[in-house]
Design a protein around this ligand. Structure first.
Ligand SMILES: Cc1ncc(C[n+]2csc(CCOP(=O)(O)OP(=O)(O)O)c2C)c(N)n1
Ligand SMILES: [Mg+2]
Length: 217
């Protein structure tokens, strides 16, 4: 028998398991490659004029690409501080929903923010962590997410609602659920590596003034 025709006998080879779940959108044998821009658009589709805070780099670039709105705050320079800003806003405006989008490298640099969010328990604050496994913006160096379980860290910090969807359909459900839940929520989602194609050119002063005007009610 030609070598290529030999059956693969590794126990890890999924097709050897005759009881394996039938592939479907719900139950993927091969994980779906999710894209930050697509997921960002899906989050925005559930919002109207809510404030959205985006972390340095790609989180902000893809928020800009999805919809550049005056209620968007594009964090510059500081890794991991979008969630701290979002927390402050959520505490000041407990009747509003607030969304924060951040890369996993940034979250890992400011893990204390998860514990502070859990402790302060803002009424309606959703943090979406886009985990591409790298510091994409600076050349895709691997982050500690290769080892660290960020969803488990969020749960351990005391965040009451933590989701780790592995398909787009599950991500959609998590967003809807999290936006309708009371108390803080975190979604950790594995995405493809790479940088956003479109970059905003806003400077810090412009971002601040436009945002403040955008969230004046
Ligand atoms: C304290 C600090 N160290 C390094 C940098 C340089 N830097 C800017 S963005 C970035 C990567 C951010 O990674 P992540 O949050 O995972 O987002 P990604 O680029 O993967 O979308 C780094 C290392 C910085 N801005 N601040
Ligand atoms: Mg990253």
């Amino acid at each position: 028998m030609d070598k290529d025709d030999e059956p693969i006998t590794s126990p890890d080879y999924p097709f050897n398991d005759l009881n394996r779940p039938f592939p479907s959108a719900e139950n993927e044998l091969v994980p779906e490659a999710m894209e930050r821009l697509d997921l960002t658009r899906r989050v925005l589709a559930h919002l109207t004029d809510e404030a959205v805070f985006a972390g340095i780099g790609n989180a902000g670039f893809d928020l800009f690409a999805a919809a550049d709105r005056p209620q968007n705050f594009y964090m510059l320079g500081s890794m991991g501080l979008a969630s701290s800003l979002g927390l402050g806003y959520a505490l000041a405006r407990p009747d509003e929903r607030v969304v924060v989008l951040e890369g996993e490298g940034s979250v890992l640099m400011n893990l204390g923010s998860l514990a502070t969010i859990a402790r302060m328990r803002p009424a309606r604050c959703l943090l979406v962590i886009m985990d591409n496994g790298t510091y994409a913006l600076t050349g895709s160096q691997q982050t500690a997410a290769a080892v660290a379980d960020i969803a488990a860290i969020a749960r351990g910090a005391g965040i009451p609602q933590v989701y780790a969807p592995t398909t787009v359909a599950a991500f959609e459900r998590a967003v809807v659920d999290a936006l309708n839940t009371s108390g803080p929520a975190v979604i950790v989602v594995k995405i493809a590596d790479g940088n956003g194609a479109l970059r905003h050119g806003w400077d810090a002063v412009q971002i601040k003034h436009r945002f403040l005007a955008g969230v004046t009610r």
